[in-house]
Design a binder for this molecule. Sequence first.
Ligand code: PLZ
Length: 480
Amino acid sequence: MPGRTGASRCRTGAGPVRDRPPGFIVGCMTVQLPSAGGSSLPQERRIVTEIPGPASRELLERRHSSVARGLSHVLPVFVAAAGGGVVVDVDGNSLIDFGSGIAVTGVGNSAERVVERVTEQVARFTHTCFMVAPYEGYVEVCEELNRLTPGDHEKRSALFNSGAEAVENAVKIARYATGRPAVVVFDHAYHGRTNLTMALTAKNMPYKHRFGPFASEVYRVPMAYPLRWPGGPERCAAEALDVITSLIHTQVGEDNVAAVLIEPIQGEGGFIVPPDGFLPGLAEFCAAHGIVLIADEIQSGLCRTGDWFASDHESVVPDLVTTAKGIAGGLPLAGVTGRADLMDAVHPGGLGGTYGGNPVACAAALGSLETMAKEDLAARARRIGDIMLPRLREIATATAAIADVRGRGAMLAVEIVRPGGIEPDPATAAQVAAACHQAGLLVLTCGTFGNVLRFLPPMVIGEPLLDEGLSILAEAFAGR
Ligand code: PLZ
């Protein structure tokens, strides 16, 4: 197929990046690209070209003629290597990573134990399908999840490929176990892009627009969002609980509700931290009515907020917990963990999937969980919060554009508004993010209104990089 070979080559003739030697020519400059990632990469910010540079732009052109338009990029630099707190692009720029690939690489990219375990596993066998012939790694990951998730009751787990798939399965299990149809979700919620999880997700653009019709029996209630609660942050927890329980009673009926599904700290919806008392109150209501409380800890879990799980902060014990993202150091893996009686209600063969709990992903998870425990990454996350929060508050004092600084551990955000009120200002959020990107700091935005800048550094990031990142952020806000 000569045509195919030809199509995969760069128009400049430089060839695909993977075929190039570690040092290659961009314009008149020789760029030394690292041959490996991981924490041994120089932990430094280094900007050697404009962002994106010529090699990234070249790849971007190929991307545009080969990859669907529906996939967008926060920052169109193509990655050559990553590790610790940096991402190195194909032009040799080294960016400070405040995103962790959306809360995934908390243990760092190509983390040592992840690489070791994966390398060893990939050489032994890559797949059997757990439903065809099982293997120990899957069982070990489930044991670990059962042990680490909140509560010391008897638990079971099942593994899947993505967060959305885990959420779908949690809903399947809750419906099966209760025999009830309804699922209650929240304003600003994000649970995925599959058909059921689109229905569970709140935001239309870009996630749902023109992708319907959506699944039925999904009921949305207000979120306890302190900054925007009409009665003010002090009354938010109690009033939100009143509104929610009353809506469930009058519009759905408690006995029709299989599950209440909530992110203990909302992620995509804007890093919304419910006030103290809200989650325990919700758990109490669920328990009183035989409703399964599902905590979607896909973004907030696995040491990110300074505990193993965000639910731990107020000792909330959900009936089911979904995990993904941070669990396997970047390999695709997700889990549903929870009460043995609920999990074991489903008939044999009722749960599964070809790749769910793939042995290589399980090996990665074991390496990643081991690293979290050994290096006490929850403590590292708390330390990151202790360093970042005061600096973020300082930045917020110097600008009228920030209405709120919030989050816990290494899951932090600032909400950007028009000065003088709380009207969302997504344009300024986008400008600040772009200024950070140009200066070599990878930050992400989020929020229903697109006006939240979020910070999710790898828990293993070094403090000098953290400091430097914060200074870049302060600079990006200067004069706003
Ligand atoms: N639940 C709480 O944060 C994924 C989405 C990125 P998947 N969030 C990042 C995007 O734009 O697609 C997420 C989450 C919470 C579920 C999910 C879904 O996880 O692994 O992306 O399916």
